[in-house]
Design a protein around this ligand. Sequence first.
Ligand code: MG
Length: 453
Amino acid sequence: MPKLFGTFGVRGLVNKEVTPKLAFDLGLALATHLKGKGKVAVGYDNRTSSEMLEQAIIAGLTAGGCDAIRLGLTPTPVLSFAIRHFSCDGGIIITASHNPPEYNGIKFWDREGAGFERRREREIECIVARGGKRVDWRRIGRVSEVDALNSYIGAILKRVPKLKRKLKVVIDCANAAGSVVTPRLLRELGCEVVSMNCQLDGTFPGRPLEPVPENLGELTRTVVACRADLGIAQDGDADRTLVVDERGEILSGDRVFALAALHYLRGQRRPRIVTTVATSSVLDDVAAKLGGRVFRTKVGEPEIVGEFRKRGGEIGGEENGGVLFFDWLPCRDGMMTAVKFLEALDSSGMKVSELDATLPRYHQVKQRARCPDELKPKVLKVLANRFSRYKPDTKDGVRVRFDDGWLLLRPSGTEPIFRCFAEARSEKRAKELAKLGLRELKSCIRTRKRSSR
Ligand code: MG
């Protein structure tokens, strides 16, 4: 049976891998999975292919007996919100998040507004392989439209009071879905908003969609030129947010998460922070300040949501700027992350750089080494052995803690490489740890290559 779902739902090149036929089959499969009844919310980002895929998905859903609730252009967190707000039985978002414009993707959501677990994705795959079930003409589903954006913005404004300071914010939405929510939301909260790349354009001419430092040069320069208090950058479907300080320096996703957490969790008894093996120790510092605990999972949003569902928690997040506020949505929310960061900044009375300096500084080094997929499990085993005296965490890759830093060696789920990630208080030590990690990694890969010949 062909594997359709990757790390983030179904994703691929439009009209080659992700076709209207596949979209129809997936819509029909979800309806079959839901036993031909119930309501499914459908939203999409502003890629040139999104409306085409939406039509096909809705045809599949209704052919299978489900009613389709059209949300139209929707950032991913708004879909998650709408599923619960409009009492739907599930949802589908059409987006390829940070991938280039020629890609698109389809991702399924459960009735609580969380992404499908792997088990349910497998069930959908099985149904697509054997063909979904079309219903009798009398039971074909109906299509209606709702306004999710206003409900979503209204719900946030109900929870969050207006800011006390008039903060000047430059917002860069990459010409993508966040453009329809973030500038308006922050204006309503009392910010002076300068928007850039907030005209919708499915060719994404402003910048590549991934909010990483190499794509945010224009934003950092604009923040400084406008004398703004901060800059905010989102990815294509607005579930991730990065922050630029008043000097044009970019805060890593870890630190945005940490500062939002510190403010959000204040006053809570022994809060639980759920994060992955790849995030900075700065989260441990935040937990220590709050008398709380950090729980580390495998990398990925579903892992964080899974841990929250099993043992609870207040906040979750990743190193890429995706943060989940569990009393709000079981979904990374770039808008709420921006709002919580602004609240933290507002109540501190500080500049962003000063607020950031209240947390310990860490240096991170990221490297990679090529490794054929078939060798990955064996290499992992050998690595765990070599570092056994440090009692490594082997939940996802091998994570080794030292007194003054940590090292993560982890196989990529999508490419034939191993990632080597080191963090320490000094740049020199981070480089040393990365060097040690890469040396061990390469030697393990060489040994396995030789013995597999
Ligand atoms: Mg995204």
